[in-house]
Design a protein around this ligand. Structure first.
Ligand SMILES: Nc1ncnc2c1ncn2[C@@H]1O[C@H](COP(=O)(O)OP(=O)(O)O)[C@@H](O)[C@H]1O
Ligand SMILES: [Mg+2]
Length: 306
């Protein structure tokens, strides 16, 4: 992997100002001749910067993408990138658009939650819950030819979000893609940057022993609640896996993914990011922190299946 310079990529007329989400970002188009790096030609990408108080956060999105490949979960490709303009250099992640915006439509899950619950709290999404999610998906199966196996898709979410410690899978961080042939698909898992301890400064956590780390990890909760009217009842990241593993088919599905996850290879690939020259680098200290988190999370997930 390398730092991709996207300074010469064209902006998008319609999406110059990007209204959804918390970070500075813009949609840009790859040129007609992108020859390598696995990038698509003439395809939209999201260039997404870090939240200003955590300048190296954009690496988290790249690391999450690397983990997704090793776990066989669908996440849009994400590379580190630089964009230079009259304000100077901007660093961010370059994320492949996950649908063809000319012929397909993407609708955030929030719209469906609002339809079945007009009082849905958009700001915090406190009624974003598993039971309504399942009814929405059943409705889409009947009316919009939804192609995914809902529970397998949920199992991917459970494993991936737990492995990276993502607490931010809210109703605008997943959705449904509608295709011109009248089929529809649940989206790949995008917006994975609020994870992997990005909000901790490595120098302050380097001295944590295993107990302290476990305490931190145990706090992680999924954004999804169990049911609409108990917003305070949050699902712990490990409990989502445990709950789904009660179903034998899902247990086997998840166990296969966990058994095939090569943590050494994944960490090797992540550690290579530290050699990419960049003014906001992925430091060795951050790698050590990220790698401790992934290793402990992976160990705890394996224990769920014992
Ligand atoms: N890879 C992508 N392809 C298409 N649309 C995307 C992609 N990533 C994000 N988006 C759209 O942009 C919005 C904001 O991006 P997101 O990554 O969620 O940023 P934020 O961290 O600011 O919430 C998403 O809710 C989604 O609608
Ligand atoms: Mg988002």
């Amino acid at each position: 992997m390398r730092l991709i310079d996207v300074s010469s990529w064209a902006g998008d007329d319609q999406h110059e100002i990007f209204p959804v989400g918390a970070r500075d970002k813009k949609m840009i188009w790859s040129p007609s001749e992108v020859v390598n790096d696995g990038l698509k030609c003439r395809w939209p990408y999201l260039f997404k910067e870090s939240i200003s108080r955590y300048p190296d956060q954009f690496w988290t999105e790249v690391i999450a993408y690397i983990i997704s490949k090793h776990l066989s979960v669908e996440v849009p490709l994400a590379y580190p990138a630089i964009y230079t303009d009259c304000d100077g250099q901007h660093f961010g992640s370059l994320i492949e658009w996950f649908y063809d915006e000319k012929s397909e439509n993407f609708i955030h899950a929030e719209q469906f939650f609002k339809r079945i619950n007009p009082d849905f709290d958009e700001k915090l999404g406190t009624q974003h819950n598993l039971r309504d999610l399942k009814s929405i998906c059943r409705f889409l199966k009947q009316r919009a030819n939804l192609q995914n196996d809902i529970l397998l898709w949920l199992s991917d979410i459970a494993l991936f979000d737990c492995l990276i410690g993502n607490t931010d899978r809210h109703q605008e961080n997943w959705g449904v893609i509608f295709k011109p042939d009248n089929t529809s698909f649940l989206s790949p898992l995008f917006d994975n940057g609020t994870s992997l301890g990005h909000e901790r400064f490595p120098s302050r956590v380097a001295g944590w022993d295993e107990n302290r780390l476990k305490q931190y990890i145990d706090k992680g909760q999924h954004h999804l609640r169990y049911v609409r009217d108990k917003p305070e009842l949050r699902i712990k990241l490990y409990d989502l896996i445990k709950m789904l593993a009660g179903n034998e088919k899902l247990k086997t599905y998840m166990l296969n993914k966990i058994t095939s996850f090569d943590i050494v290879a994944a960490l090797d690939e992540i550690s290579e990011l530290t050699s990419i020259e960049c003014e906001v680098p992925f430091s060795k200290e951050r790698f050590d922190w990220v790698s401790r988190i992934i290793s402990m999370r992976f160990k705890l997930i394996k224990e769920v299946f014992k």
